[in-house]
Design a protein around this ligand. Structure first.
Ligand SMILES: [Zn+2]
Length: 450
């Protein structure tokens, strides 16, 4: 197939030692997967035996739940549920869940984030008020159910968080995890269910529309609290529920989309998503993040385990990496990995904290980098999976660079010209560590036989 350069089939030499390397026979297995539920873009409106089997596996891994207890009504009769979902004629479908009650003064993950984005979209004339049905905010979304969340998180965590709401109500604010720090207020539980539900509803609408149109809308969940650090057993790093992981499971279990590609370009490693799918061969998790940044996981050698060996790709980037780096990474790593995996849908953990102006890290992405990522990922989805792609807001703490970058992402989805030159100041950028970057790219390509 032309994918395997002979050098990758040899035993490691320049990277010998502790580096784990996939053999090309493993890669061959990955490439020649069977049981794809999509044939000629026609959907199976029922669960395949494979998907049913996974449902049991995933339940046992998150707290010994009986598979029948997970979203009983929806998952026992997905066809009835699917029949209620309306296709959309939009080109961008988004939902804004600002979680106004989930807030802490002076905390970077504050309730001004989503309104800042909406304000920028309005000012840029990128909302339905200016674009009609081209850009639509999804109506009638549902909050995620406890069963939806339990496809990813343990029930002990979910019920514990719900119970903690009365204390949060008494105290005003509580800390639910020390490492972030992650806080909760009286409304955190309900607002987190809404954030996860928005992702599910966007997946529903994008998938259903893709049955009747070759160019379904790009979905964008402008939600908080974010999700990619939340681990199966609890919250972490400002994140409460793994919104993207919940949506991935929903896509598999309800829509029969077997293979999900998750691209996470937040500056931090999406350790929660990584952990949920670490042994799952049907969810390919690709994360680029700043080397050495919070939470310290996501080493290149972490490639998945068991059946899932090879379907986790972690690429830590040296501090100072920027636009040039990410363009090369996209072309040389993300595209070939995605092409080999052949996803049925792409979900994106869109963190905007790798921007040069972001206060929490030190990569040098620009507004133009986010435009490129949005445009290229949309194109990749068109090539590989009928255009099915949904973005999920993760980090991004400089309100200006966050909101400008999301607005430019919207322009990319619409195929309109980037306004990045208006916002990006080349004078504040310094030279990217290109030698270290190229070494990292070569190493990850070697490990994953790309
Ligand atoms: Zn982040």
């Amino acid at each position: 197939m032309g994918l395997f350069h002979p050098v990758w089939s040899a035993s490691p030499s320049s990277f010998a030692g502790h580096v784990t390397s996939l053999t090309c026979s493993m890669m061959f297995k990955l490439q020649n997967h069977g049981g794809n539920c999509l044939k000629n873009n026609k959907f199976l409106l029922f669960q395949s035996p494979l998907v049913k089997q996974r449902s049991k596996l995933s339940c046992s891994s998150v707290g010994n739940e009986d598979s029948t207890s997970i979203s009983r009504s929806i998952r026992e009769d997905p066809q009835s549920y699917i029949s209620t979902i309306q296709p959309s004629d939009a080109r961008i479908l988004y939902y804004a869940a600002p979680a106004m009650g989930h807030n802490k003064e002076a905390h970077p993950e504050c309730n001004r984030r989503v309104p800042a984005i909406i304000d920028a979209l309005e000012k840029s004339e990128l909302t339905s008020k200016f674009r009609g049905s081209e850009v639509t905010e999804l109506q009638n979304i549902r909050s995620a159910t406890v069963d939806d969340i339990a496809s990813v998180h343990s029930r002990a965590y979910i019920t514990g968080l719900e119970k903690a709401m009365s204390k949060a109500s008494d105290d005003g604010i509580i800390f639910i995890d020390g490492s972030g720090p992650t806080y909760a207020t009286a409304t955190t539980f309900q607002e987190s269910l809404l954030a996860a539900g928005a992702g599910i509803s966007l997946v529903d609408s994008v998938v259903i529309t893709s049955r009747i149109r070759e160019d379904p809308p790009v979905g964008f969940a402008l939600v908080r609290p974010p999700g990619h650090h939340a681990v199966p057993q609890g919250p972490m790093g400002f994140c409460v529920f793994g919104n993207i992981a919940v949506a991935a499971r929903h896509a598999q279990l309800v829509h029969g989309l077997e293979r999900v590609l998750i691209i996470d370009f937040d500056v931090h490693h999406g350790n929660g998503t990584n952990d949920v799918f670490y042994d799952d061969p049907d969810v390919f998790f690709i994360s680029t993040h700043q080397s050495g940044s919070y939470p310290g996981t996501g080493k290149m050698q972490e490639i998945g385990s068991g059946e899932g060996e090879g379907t986790t790709l972690n690429l830590p980037l040296p501090g100072g990496s920027g636009d040039g780096t990410m363009r090369t990474v996209f072309e040389e790593v993300i595209v070939p990995a995605a092409q080999r995996f052949k996803p049925d849908i792409i979900l994106v953990s869109a963190g905007y904290d790798a921007h040069v102006l972001d206060p929490l890290a030190s990569l040098q992405f620009t507004t133009g980098t986010y435009y490129m990522l949005a445009s290229n990922i949309k194109q990749l989805a068109k090539q590989l999976c009928g255009g099915r792609v949904v973005f999920f807001l993760e980090g991004g703490y400089n309100l200006q660079s966050l909101s400008n970058s999301v607005a430019d992402s919207f322009r990319a989805f619409l195929g309109e010209q980037s306004l990045a030159p208006k916002f990006d100041d080349p004078a504040i950028l310094y030279e990217e560590p290109s030698k270290k970057v190229l070494e990292a790219i070569q190493k990850v390509k070697h490990i994953h036989c790309l």
